[in-house]
Design a protein around this ligand. Structure first.
Ligand SMILES: [Zn+2]
Length: 208
C-alpha cells in the first residue's frame, strides 16, 4: 500500500487566494518554562487544501458538518488534463473520460505541473459546462488542483453553483503533481467545524 499526500503544506509560504485571510502561526507558549509548546493559528476557511461545503455558494444549504463523511472517504478517479489544456477543463474533455454516476472525481491540470510556490492568476479551472456535466452525472465529490474551481473574476458561477446546489462538495487546493490518472482510495475529511462554509483538510490517496 502506498500513501500519496495530495495536500498543500501549511506555513508562511502557502499560496493564498487574493483577498483571503493571510495564514499565520505564532508560538504563544514556549518550552522549557511551561514544559509544552502552544501556537495560535489564524487563517481563512478556504486556506490550502480545503473543502467547499454547499453553504459556500448556496444560502441555507448544508454547512460542512452537515455533509456526510461518505463524500470524503472512498474510491476516487483522478483524471489528468495537464497535457490537454492550459485554460479550462471542459464538458467535451470530461465526456471523453468514462465517468460514472456516484464517483468521486479529482481533476489534475497544468496547475500541478507548474507547482504551488507562487499564486498564478491564469490557473486552470473547471468550465461552467464541465461543472453542469459533472453535476448531471451525480458524482459525489469534485476536486481540483487550484485554489478556486472557477476562473478568477468570472461571472459564470456554475463551477460552484451547479455542484454545490446538488450537495456535491468540492476540494480545492489539491497538489496532484505526484499522481497519475487512475483509480485510488481517497481520504480527505475536513476539520469538524460546525455551521461553516468550508475548512482545510488533509487529503491523501491510497494506491493498492
Ligand atoms: Zn473554497
Amino acid at each position: 500500500m502506498k500513501i500519496i499526500d495530495i495536500s498543500l503544506k501549511l506555513n508562511k509560504e502557502t499560496i493564498i487566494y487574493p483577498k483571503n485571510v493571510p495564514l499565520s502561526v505564532t508560538v504563544i507558549q514556549t518550552m522549557p518554562e511551561s514544559a509544552t509548546q502552544l501556537s495560535s493559528i489564524t487563517m481563512g476557511s478556504h486556506t490550502g487544501t480545503h473543502i467547499d461545503s454547499p453553504a459556500h455558494a448556496v444560502p441555507g444549504a448544508p454547512t460542512l458538518d452537515q455533509v456526510p463523511l461518505e463524500h470524503f472517504i472512498g474510491q476516487a478517479l483522478v483524471l489528468d488534463f495537464s497535457e490537454e489544456t492550459d485554460e479550462a477543463v471542459t464538458k467535451e474533455m470530461l465526456i471523453s473520460k468514462d465517468i460514472k454516476n456516484g464517483e468521486r472525481i479529482l481533476l489534475k491540470t497544468r496547475n500541478s505541473v507548474r507547482g504551488f510556490k507562487d499564486f498564478y492568476d491564469d490557473y486552470v479551472y473547471l468550465s461552467g459546462d464541465g461543472a453542469d456535466y459533472l453535476a448531471s452525472l451525480e458524482v459525489i465529490l469534485v476536486g481540483i488542483d487550484a485554489l478556486s474551481i472557477k476562473k478568477r473574476g468570472s461571472s459564470d458561477h456554475r463551477p460552484h453553483l451547479s455542484l454545490l446546489s446538488k450537495n456535491i462538495p468540492i476540494i480545492e487546493g489539491l497538489d496532484l503533481s505526484n499522481v497519475n490518472e487512475g483509480q485510488y482510495e481517497l481520504f480527505c475529511p475536513p476539520l469538524n467545524f460546525t455551521g461553516i462554509d468550508g475548512a482545510p483538510a488533509r487529503a491523501v490517496l491510497i494506491q493498492k
